[in-house]
Design a protein around this ligand. Structure first.
Ligand SMILES: O=P(O)(O)O[C@H]1O[C@H](CO)[C@@H](O)[C@H]1O
Length: 323
């Protein structure tokens, strides 16, 4: 048989059809595999959680606050609170780390309409990067336009001290260097473009206002602008790793935040973030100190009022955006 440029016998055609068919099935299988990998990050799946919340919350939240370890007290700023346990929200992950209560709290502050995640999800808990960031997409579906993301972190920068606030001006996503990314897989165009920039990820105007707020609060010696680095954990860094982080321009190290920021930026949110410095990362082999989670929690508790005030003042100064 003559087919275009080539001549085939019937037998050859059968073989070719078989190969095409086989490849088609293999391709379909792979497509299905990668689709099912993203199913829990898809619009349909997340819509269920958004509908559940929308039916019970009488206003549209505009600002999401993610409370880092021990920073759940930030939700105490909110008036007219409506509270949900993560476990009661369909298709919502559940948090397992001490210092992360697992509650979603809606409320208002200085007329700003806010939702607060009192408890987040970490890669070291075994969640996929997508699962960690599902609340961002769910709350985007509800109407959220801005994110204040907070975390507890160790200082790599030796000028920082325990109790300081580091406003995040940029980050280094060490997981991405190894090809790990919450947006890996088919792009959900509803939320954003396949390719998106991150060079202006942290909103410069919010940073400017936050610095003014810190100055007005009289804490100019206790805040910095720096680079956050994601170390997957759950162990704290070795001395050699801390030295590498320093060489690579990281000022504070933590085990969270970046997956949430990536997904927030992908769906067009404005982002402001800060790290609360809970411990020093250890640079020297002869130092007897060892970081531990109880000290991390203790450090946050000691300064929780200042941090709460900092966030409340920042919201007060930017409330027009979140009404
Ligand atoms: O980043 P958050 O959730 O604030 O918590 C930080 O504190 C924990 C370690 O003490 C880790 O989970 C680290 O990421």
């Amino acid at each position: 048989m003559q087919t275009g440029l080539f001549e085939f016998t019937t037998g050859e055609i059968v073989v070719i059809c078989y190969i095409i068919d086989k490849n088609f099935h293999i391709c379909r299988k792979f497509a299905k595999m990668s689709d099912s990998k993203n199913e829990e990050f898809s619009l349909d799946y997340l819509q269920k959680a958004a509908d559940y919340l929308r039916n019970q919350v009488p206003f549209t939240p505009k600002l999401l606050i993610i409370c880092g370890t021990g920073l759940g007290g930030l939700s105490e700023n909110l008036q007219n609170q409506i509270e949900f346990n993560y476990k009661d929200i369909p298709n919502f992950p559940v948090s397992n780390v001490k210092g992360h209560a697992g509650k979603l709290i809606f409320g208002t502050l200085s007329e700003a309409k806010i939702v607060c995640m009192k408890g987040r999800f970490h890669y070291f808990e075994g969640y996929s990067l997508q699962k960690i960031a599902t609340p961002i997409r769910i709350l985007k579906l509800l109407g959220v336009e801005g994110l204040i993301v907070t975390n507890a972190a160790g200082s790599v920068n030796e000028d920082y001290k325990v109790g300081d606030i580091m406003i995040i001006k940029d980050h280094v996503n060490f997981l991405a260097f190894g090809g790990q990314h919450p947006l890996r897989g088919p792009n959900e165009h509803f939320f954003g473009e396949r390719f998106f920039p991150m060079n202006r990820a942290y909103d410069r105007e919010l940073i400017r206002i936050a610095k003014e707020v810190a100055e007005k609060m009289g804490i100019s010696d206790d805040y910095h602008e720096g680079v956050y680095g994601l170390y997957a954990g759950p162990n704290y860094e070795t001395v050699a790793e801390v030295r590498i982080l320093k060489m690579l321009g990281v000022d504070a190290a933590g085990m969270s935040t970046i997956p949430e920021v990536l997904v927030a930026k992908h769906c067009g949110m404005s982002v402001f973030g800060f790290s609360f410095i809970t411990n020093r990362c250890i640079h020297c082999y002869d130092e007897p100190d060892e970081p531990n989670h109880d000290d991390v929690l203790k450090a946050v508790m000691e300064k929780s009022e200042t941090v709460k005030k900092f966030v409340a003042n920042l919201i007060q100064e930017t409330k027009q955006r979140w009404k």
